[in-house]
Design a protein around this ligand. Structure first.
Ligand SMILES: C[S@@+](CC[C@H](N)C(=O)[O-])C[C@H]1O[C@@H](n2cnc3c(N)ncnc32)[C@H](O)[C@@H]1O
Length: 214
């Protein structure tokens, strides 16, 4: 399947589950994700992009000032995000857009955040997606990704493997994208990599690499 076809598949997956996404994720959201979303947004300000905003789970942690834009491929996920936006009274612009081909100008954002987006993107889309985020991030800006990885602990790994067909079916996601392997080719520098939940959810902080002549 080509990139366009894959994107139609991703959109369809999330259009289907949009209304129950928060419910499906509820136990994970409160036990795992909330505390780490807070860490992810520490010090974030200025022009901020939430790529693959989903139902807006990051919204409680958006900076109160500055420009915050959330984009998503799924209109139905965005509709849920709009409801959350109205409920929380957060000043964020929400736009239907492919994070891999945005219409933002070069070097626009101080911070580009993507939580559990790259685990959904197919292996072939990892590099083009990182390149696009690099293009729209300011030199010296931060790209912060929250992603899954398989645990090194044999028992936890085994349990994750049992879960993985469900995760693939329902979310179109996998635990083993290894996004960091594409960082260099995308013209990015890996500033920080650390686990925020056990050894299965990690934070990657990336920055556009200086190239000669820039
Ligand atoms: C697993 S959900 C994560 C949602 C949210 N970031 C969160 O932390 O709860 C992945 C989201 O990425 C969106 N998505 C997938 N591919 C995308 C793309 N190419 N451009 C923009 N959004 C995309 C999906 O529609 C979905 O809302």
């Amino acid at each position: 399947m080509d990139g366009g076809g894959r994107r139609v598949g991703e959109k369809r997956t999330y259009d289907h589950i949009a209304r129950i996404y928060d419910l499906l994720d509820l136990p994970f959201e409160y036990r795992r994700y909330r505390p780490i979303r807070r860490i992810l947004f520490e010090g974030v300000g200025g022009a901020v992009l939430d790529a693959g905003v989903g139902t807006g789970r990051n919204m409680p942690f958006y900076p109160p000032e500055g420009e915050v834009v959330g984009v998503d491929l799924s209109a139905r996920m965005l509709a849920q995000a709009r409801k959350r936006n109205a409920r929380l009274g957060v000043a964020a612009e929400l736009r239907l857009m492919d994070a891999m081909a945005t219409d933002f100008p070069d070097g626009h954002f101080d911070y580009v955040i993507a939580t559990f987006l790259f685990c959904v993107l197919d292996d072939e889309d990892q590099l083009p997606a990182l390149r696009e985020l690099r293009r729209i991030c300011k030199p010296g800006g931060d790209i912060r990704l929250l992603e899954y990885a398989y645990s090194r602990d044999p028992l936890k790994r085994f349990v994750m493997r049992l879960w993985s067909p469900w995760v693939r079916l329902v979310y179109g996601a996998t635990f083993d994208r290894n996004t960091e392997q594409y960082v260099d080719a995308a013209g990015l520098e890996l500033i920080e990599e650390r686990f925020l939940f056990q050894d299965i959810i990690k934070l990657l902080v990336l920055r556009p690499r200086h190239t000669k002549g820039h």
